[in-house]
Unconditional design. Structure first.
Length: 116
């Protein structure tokens, strides 16, 4: 039986940092952190006494997926149905964050049946 070199565990070189989950996940992890931070900043309640806080007005489809957990197809279906507003920035489709948040808030609550 042949062993795949990809499945063979090799020790890390001496002095090399241990791989972390973030490092193993690659750019997706960084993208996730950036999307979540931008969404949190945009959705945070604005202070009426302090300086005006503005977050992103537009988000990418990828950021919308990360923020909501919805699939890419589901987001495009909602865009086609007119429930989410988007604009074109060059060749990119960018979702208007406010319309996306309103759509997510309009979703019905989940209901669960008892196990009895």
């Amino acid at each position: 039986m042949l062993r795949s070199p990809l499945l063979t565990a090799r020790p890390a070189p001496k002095g090399a940092p241990e791989p972390s989950l973030d490092r193993l996940a690659g750019n997706e992890s960084e993208t996730s952190r950036m999307a979540m931070a931008s969404a949190a900043g945009a959705l945070a309640p604005a202070s009426t006494t302090g300086p005006l806080k503005t977050g992103p007005i537009l988000i990418s489809i990828a950021e919308a997926r990360i923020i909501s957990g919805l699939s890419r197809s589901a987001i495009y279906r909602q865009l086609a149905a007119g429930k989410i507003r988007a604009v074109k920035g060059g060749s990119r489709t960018l979702i208007v964050l406010q319309s996306f948040v309103q759509h997510l808030e309009s979703l019905p609550p989940a209901t669960f049946r008892g196990s009895g």
